[in-house]
Design a protein around this ligand. Structure first.
Ligand code: SF4
Length: 210
């Protein structure tokens, strides 16, 4: 990989996805944290089905911190890992209310002190919520990093993130994250990627193997 090749790959993806953006619905930073937290192991579409009720019942960190576990679980039970997610939502809201006075923190370190908020979720909140350059690597970005040769097959998620940071200009991280995620989600899927007629095939290591 090099910076020039990375730019070419991203501009080719941009032609396929002209309007890269977050597909989770939210109307404030608190809602964004909740939505991203519960989006693991499920689809954004499913998250968007449960969040209207969740946000209506618990519009603030204080309200959510006072919620009964059973009630929060009921709101999100169609999602995978709902039990853990419900516990984490209440715990996160409690810390947000008592420690951060209802203001979603603006640094990776502070965000990672919230229950259920790891590096990826924290990076999404920074990038999406605060427009602070960050490169969240989820399963799609990890796969894209390997298929396009940002990293080798055995690389960790953190190594993939560092490679993206190295080869993509910082001012492009947020857009690049959306492009790679949406390309991975809808075109270059984990199983049965749409390789026929893929305009990225000449840059793709996966395609060279099959
Ligand atoms: S050729 Fe297939 S694996 Fe490679 S980028 Fe295109 S869809 Fe993905």
């Amino acid at each position: 990989m090099n910076k020039e090749l990375s730019t070419t790959i991203l501009s080719e993806i941009h032609k396929i996805i002209p309007e890269p953006k977050c597909e989770l619905n939210y109307s404030n930073l608190f809602e964004l944290v909740c939505a991203v937290m519960i989006s693991s192991q499920t689809t954004d579409k499913r998250v968007n089905q449960v969040t209207p009720t969740l946000f209506q019942k618990y519009p603030t960190p204080e309200k959510l911190s006072q919620a009964r576990y059973e009630d929060v679980y009921e709101c999100i039970k169609v999602l995978g890992f709902a039990k853990n997610k419900a516990k984490n939502l209440i715990s996160m809201a409690t810390t947000l209310h008592t420690v951060f006075h209802d203001v979603v923190p603006k640094t990776l370190e502070e965000l990672e002190t919230l229950s259920g908020v790891g590096r990826k979720t924290a990076s999404v909140v920074l990038a999406e919520g605060y427009k602070i350059p960050a490169m969240p690597v989820d399963t799609h970005l990890e796969r894209m990093a390997k298929r396009f040769g940002y990293v080798d097959e055995n690389a960790s998620v953190l190594e993939a993130e560092m490679a993206y940071r190295k080869y993509i200009p910082e001012e492009d991280w947020i857009t690049a994250h959306h492009l790679l995620l949406l390309f991975g989600r809808y075109h270059c899927k984990a199983i049965h990627p749409e390789c026929e007629n893929c305009t990225l095939s000449k840059y793709c290591l996966y395609n060279k193997k099959i």
